[in-house]
Design a protein around this ligand. Structure first.
Ligand SMILES: CC(C)(COP(=O)(O)OP(=O)(O)OC[C@H]1O[C@@H](n2cnc3c(N)ncnc32)[C@H](O)[C@@H]1OP(=O)(O)O)[C@@H](O)C(=O)NCCC(=O)NCCS
Length: 179
């Protein structure tokens, strides 16, 4: 069983009483989030947060339930990360992450992605994790590089963000890289 914690942070599944914590974190983060994660927009509401948290609580423990809260050792909500877009035949998934504004610039995302990578290869049958990042999103590319993900290429107009198509770069982490 992989550990979902290091001394600074831990990952845990969403729980029903996370609505206010998630909502506050999203509301303070609109400026840096909205270009890359359009769900976090100026009209993001408590109802949106309720729906997101409720959905993730329902999925917890199922094959689709690989979304985590990132929190510090005092239980402060720092952001989220998780797996999505599963391909069950070829056993790969997309890995995503975000931090609230007040948790940026401390290495939290880097640590969270390493924990999520280890969890994915220890607790699921996935062999490959993809990180797909808009070419202009340099902060996220730095995280991918810091965790040792390998840059594989350029994807033309692969992302639709706020009604605009963006080229992306794709990184991968392989189970076989860790052997
Ligand atoms: C992508 C995102 C999570 C990166 O956040 P971040 O704070 O830059 O990432 P980290 O937590 O890994 O911190 C790294 C920074 O902390 C610094 N740092 C401090 N201590 C550190 C440590 N122990 N380990 C690693 N980095 C450390 C690094 O120097 C780095 O700063 P830099 O940007 O000047 O290089 C954040 O910008 C975000 O939420 N963006 C919006 C959502 C998004 O784009 N998600 C990804 C979609 S593909």
């Amino acid at each position: 069983m992989s550990s979902l914690e290091v001394p600074e942070i831990r990952l845990r599944p969403y729980q029903e009483d996370d609505v206010d914590r998630h909502y506050e974190a999203a509301r303070e983060s609109i400026d840096h989030m909205s270009p890359w994660m359009p769900w976090c927009h100026v009209d993001y509401s408590r109802e949106d947060a309720e729906s997101w948290v409720g959905n993730n609580c329902e999925k917890a423990g199922t094959n689709e339930g690989h979304t985590f809260v990132i929190e510090d050792r005092k239980g402060r909500f720092l952001g989220g990360c998780g797996l999505n877009r599963f391909d069950a035949v070829h056993r790969y998934a997309n890995l995503g992450y975000w931090l609230r504004a007040s948790a940026l610039g401390r290495g939290v995302a880097t640590q969270a992605v390493i924990l999520l990578r280890d969890y994915s290869f220890d607790e699921t049958n996935l062999d490959r994790l993809e990180i797909v990042v808009a070419v202009q999103n340099t902060a996220s590319q730095r995280v991918a590089e810091r965790v040792g993900a390998v840059l594989e290429g350029h994807l033309r107009e692969a992302l639709l963000l706020c009604d605009e198509r963006h080229d992306a770069v794709i990184y991968s982490l392989l189970r076989s890289d860790l052997r």
